[in-house]
Design a protein around this ligand. Structure first.
Ligand code: SF4
Length: 673
């Protein structure tokens, strides 16, 4: 490891969890990749974790491994499966071979499992329906509880035999063990009833795991510091819980926040970074053992401050490691971090799908596909032109330069970023500015020549370049609605850049992701300024502060508003818009725009919505330069929105840049080898 870069001395200082000394305080938290348990995917899984070891992770905690078939979900490892055990042992070996440390997370989904996957109702303390799955689980009996304790014991024996450096027991986020200490989900009247009965089970399991693990490897318990369900354990109970677990042989606590059923956002972009640090601090004040925390702790300076102020001892985020596999290393080497923007689009939205999909990362599409996109420098460097500095073009330029090509980026406007510059103006999406800053610094470091204010001269480029990435993006689609060219009608890019032109009653035609983002941008104060709270929604500031133009906003949409927005974000966006007084007219179609408003039909009824301003956000069309259309040529590689405007989002735009650069490199290396 390099000498640490100031100013993160606490973050880069050594620390200890039980018997395990670690070189710094940056762990990689557990995250389900959606490829676990599939033998065909093992090499891919190992490549993913191996790159994070090389990137400096002090300790990697695996995605949850089911200790018993009753707690299994699709695409997860299951300890009782011999082949899965072999694969996990190979993973541990591979990590050790690289000098890394890896802990196995022991998991039981409880009432978040699904009957169609298990063949029987999921296991739970009581038959209380899950808001996540909408299924009613079965209340398990004493025999099943004994089976569980034994399963955890066996899993710990396996972890020790396979050489894992420790174990984390998942007892948070509403999964089985957490549900045993909640008054909402544990309605039992036997020995395991109520919080005290549940505590007894959790402690029995801790003892069983410690026994199976032996005295040395660290045992971490992931406990819920705040469930955000209205049934949070009180302070005295948390003191009792941490003490009882410490007495049972636990070496540290990883503090979770919120259940998957909670109606309070915890991991969304709208939650300010570091918001839940107080929850970890509350646990730290009740135990001598090290405390680990994660929620929305993405930057090194923030992590350093939280550790320095003794709110926690370690940080164990997961998503920042998806976005940047060298997240810890960059605290030492001075290179910029590719920041996670908390969009959840390519990670949580996929892992929460049923069945879960293999995850990746919007800003780093190599994540979980490292073996498909090796960072092998080309033997035949090419002169590559990239036309367009939006997300596709930026990633094509970055990847091509990383692979060893000579790259020139042409951007007609005064800055790079393309549609990202619009997106970063939306309240809650400000962190996208970090993505642009990352590309700016990285392209410079990799020697990419970036020419701003420079439209491409394609007739010259086809002569001078070996390959040309056409990443010219999209233009707004103008629908065939009478009145759409009236002076008070704006296209969405103009509405973002000149919002002062919109005052009074505003109608936005189009309720996809961009339309709703625009509604939020126009309705909300510049900074939402939220803090984490069970009363999160009440804390949202009023819609119209005195220094903002007064607007009343209506969105017209053909289907459900925000249908294309990811599952983990849509409900939050709709809730915030509702709070800000934005009216969503769903299943509605705009028929005509007049100077006074918009005529719509909704469920067969014609209505008139008065409007002082109208914004069109009804999709996009490819912006393909005429030269490229008129002079097709093998050196053109059209990517992103220029290739296909339909269903364009940041995930696809960046992924096509990566794929384009690697395909080109692979082709030329094959031809010249
Ligand atoms: Fe972060 Fe979005 Fe990547 Fe997930 S997909 S790791 S939230 S940037």
């Amino acid at each position: 490891m390099l000498a640490p870069r100031r100013p993160c001395p606490e973050l880069t200082s050594p620390g200890r969890i039980g018997s395990l000394w670690l070189p710094h305080r940056m762990l990689m938290g557990s995250m389900h990749l959606g490829i676990e348990g599939d033998a065909q995917m093992l090499d891919r899984l190992i490549a993913f974790y191996a790159e994070r070891v090389r990137g400096g992770a002090a300790l990697i905690i695996t995605g949850g491994v089911a200790v018993h078939a009753s707690g299994w979900e699709p695409h997860r490892f299951l300890i009782s499966d011999a082949r899965h055990r072999d694969d996990l042992a190979r993973l541990a070996d591979a990590i050790h071979h690289l000098g890394g440390h890896i802990a196995l997370q022991l998991f039981h989904a409880g009432r978040y499992a699904r009957e169609r996957d298990l063949g029987h109702p999921p296991w739970a303390p009581s038959a209380v329906a899950s808001r996540l799955t909408r299924e009613v689980p079965q209340a398990i009996g004493r025999d099943q509880i004994a089976t569980l304790v034994s399963a955890y014991h066996q899993a710990a024996i396996f972890a020790a035999q396979a050489g894992f450096d420790g174990v984390e027991v998942m007892a948070s986020e509403g999964y089985l063990l957490n549900s045993f200490v909640s008054s909402l989900t544990n309605l039992r009247s036997d020995d395991y009833g109520g919080a005290q009965g549940g505590l007894g089970l959790i402690v029995d399991i801790a003892k069983a795991v410690r026994h199976g693990l032996g005295p040395t490897p660290p045992l971490i318990y992931r406990i819920s510091g705040w469930d955000l369900m209205g049934s949070a354990p009180d302070g005295p109970f948390l003191s009792q819980l941490t003490k009882a677990l410490a007495d049972a042989g636990v070496d540290g606590f990883n503090v979770g926040v919120g259940w998957h059923e909670s109606a309070v956002p915890t991991v969304s972009q709208i939650v300010p970074q570091g918001s839940f640090a107080e929850v970890a601090k509350n646990i730290r004040g009740r135990t001598e053992l090290p405390v680990i925390a994660a929620n929305r702790i993405f930057s090194h300076p923030l992590a350093n401050t939280l550790i320095a102020s003794e709110m926690m001892d370690f940080v164990a985020p997961a998503r920042p490691w998806l976005a940047d596999p060298a997240w810890a290393l960059h605290a030492y080497d001075g290179q910029p971090i590719n920041p996670c923007i908390a969009c959840n689009q390519a990670c949580l939205d996929r892992s929460l799908a049923h069945p879960p999909q293999p995850i990746s990362c919007t800003v780093n599409p190599r994540a979980v596909q490292e073996s498909s996109y090796p960072r092998k420098r080309t033997a035949t460097p090419l002169n590559i032109a990239v036309v367009g500095g939006g997300p596709s073009g930026l990633e094509a330029a970055r990847s091509a330069a990383e692979l060893g090509h000579r790259v020139t980026l042409f951007e007609a406007s005064d800055d790079i970023g393309g549609q990202l510059r619009m997106a970063m103006r939306v309240p809650g999406k400000e962190e996208i500015a970090g993505t642009i800053a990352y590309y700016r610094e990285t392209l410079h470091r990799l020697g990419v020549q970036t020419l701003l204010h420079t439209p491409a001269d394609f007739s010259r480029l086809v002569v001078e370049s070996d390959a040309i990435f056409v990443a010219t993006g999209v233009n707004p689609k103008v629908p065939d609605i009478p009145g759409s060219t009236l002076p008070h009608v704006l296209l969405y890019p103009t509405a973002f850049s000149e919002p002062q032109r919109l005052q009074g009653d505003i109608v936005i035609i189009g309720g996809g992701g961009i339309g709703l983002d625009l509604a939020l941008f126009l309705a909300a104060p510049p900074k939402l300024g939220l803090s984490a709270s069970a009363n999160f929604w009440d804390e949202l500031p009023p819609a119209m502060p005195w220094d903002s133009p007064v607007r009343s906003i209506t969105v017209i949409t053909r289907d459900k508003a925000g249908k294309s927005v990811g599952r983990s974000t849509r409900w939050i966006l709709r809730h915030v818009l509702q709070h800000l007084g934005v009216v969503l007219e769903e299943n509605a179609e705009a028929r005509a725009i007049t100077m006074g408003g918009v005529e719509i039909t909704q469920n067969g009824v014609t209505k008139f919505l008065p409007a002082d301003g109208v914004v069109i956000s009804t999709g996009q069309v490819s912006n393909l330069p005429a030269f490229v259309v008129d002079h097709p040529c093998p050196s053109f590689h059209v990517i992103g929105g220029a290739r296909e405007a339909r269903a364009l989002d940041m995930v696809r735009a960046i992924a096509e840049g990566l794929r384009g650069a690697h395909n080109l490199s692979g082709m030329t290396d094959k031809i010249f080898s």
